[in-house]
Write a protein that binds this ligand. Sequence first.
Ligand code: HEC
Ligand code: HEC
Length: 425
Amino acid sequence: MRRFVLTLALAITVIALVPGEARSGQTWSGKDTHILRTLWIGSLPRLAKDPSNGVGDDPRAATLGQRIFFDKQFSGNGTIACATCHQPDQGFADGLPVAKGMGTTTRNTPTIIGTAHSPWFFWDGRTDSQWSQALGPMEAPTEHGGARTGFAKIVYADPAYRRMYEEIFGSMPDISDGKRFPVQAAPIDAASSRAAWNAMAAADHKTVNRIFANIGKAIAAYERLIMPGPSRFDKYVDTLLKGGDQPGKPTLSEAEIAGLRLFIGEGKCTQCHNGPLLTNNEFHNTGLSVKTKTPEDEGRARGALKVRKNPFNCLGAYSDAGDKDCAELDFIKFEGADLLARFKTPTLRNVGLTAPYMHDGQFSSLGEVLAHYNQAPDAPIGKTDILALKFSPQQLDQLRQFLLSLDSPVNVSPEYLLAPKVGAR
Ligand code: HEC
Ligand code: HEC
């Protein structure tokens, strides 16, 4: 009899344990829940002020910046705007392996959603603010292909632009004299633009640089509004944080949840893709193949040197920051060889919308990216930071499915996602 009772008790325990086991497969430990909370959009802090941009949070500057962002006048041939490559309906990227403006570049267009939180911009972090970043493409011959004097003159000559500009930055100096201020003058590689720039007076350089910097600051004020909204992943974490177990219909499928487990667990993805934007904003070498070795392939090793020399950096004459506000630049790392072929960890939010992938667009699908992480080949330049995953095809697919749950609409009212109507103010 005793033995029977024991056996019965054991049997009941086993029966009780089986569904418990099945459920525990779907629950998260306290440590996991903590990690999920750190990745959740609810953990995204309020965007910190950019001390180098005095108008960064001025709505009038955002309106001006939005207009320039979509305006093709701001290019060498009137056909290219920021929005040519950063298209709102393509996750603010362009769907191309490498960007095409007035020419073809060597880099993949990253999204700009949420990037205002980043301390460094471009794949190699060669600028330290979003406003100084914006000045780069405007004068790059393969992108907007224009020159700063020409851009300043557009704002000066167009009554609507001039009114908006002067409301924010004060009255514009007279730059109409074509001899003192030639249309195509800038200190860039193109020989004729450079010669025209060198022929200008030093005081006129400053006048033009100031207007050019202000154009960048207005564009940055617009970009600071472009933040990600909640994805299906975030809704899943919302429910988890509210109630432990998942009441009702979970917002992620079993495969996506399995992928999420791999992402924060065995896959060690959160070593670099962490925080609510799924990036540590640092630079890493992921052992990607290199077509032709050019200086640009050295990544952060060069970007770190460039940002120090940039006259539009946080410490420069056109920055609104005090000297103590530029800690990032003061403490910038120059580990030389250690920085070789390191590129900025991109956000993984909206990664389903921004194929192809990596700084040079070498992978056309998430499957290809994950196949690379699965093998983790030796780096052709520098040393890779990646360890081979050695996952099964099923696990790789779960990881891929999880990544797609990170897509979400931009968290801004829709009028910011279109070219504003001219004269709408
Ligand atoms: C011809 C396509 C093209 C145009 C036009 C263009 N971009 Fe980009 N953008 C890119 C590419 C490519 C990169 C990466 C370049 C690199 O890292 O070397 C980039 C990088 C960026 C980044 C950095 C994102 C990050 O995470 O570091 C921002 C912000 C950005 N662009 C905003 C702008 C703005 C503002 C304009 C207009 C003034 C603009 N872009 C014009 C293609 C373009
Ligand atoms: C050591 C840091 C590090 C780890 C670990 C890491 N990544 Fe990355 N990831 C990066 C960097 C850096 C890039 C950009 C590399 C480049 O373009 O040179 C990147 C790029 C990506 C991209 C392409 C995004 C785009 O917009 O181009 C995806 C997708 C991605 N990683 C997913 C993952 C997943 C999934 C894991 C885990 C299996 C992972 N990463 C682990 C640093 C890392």
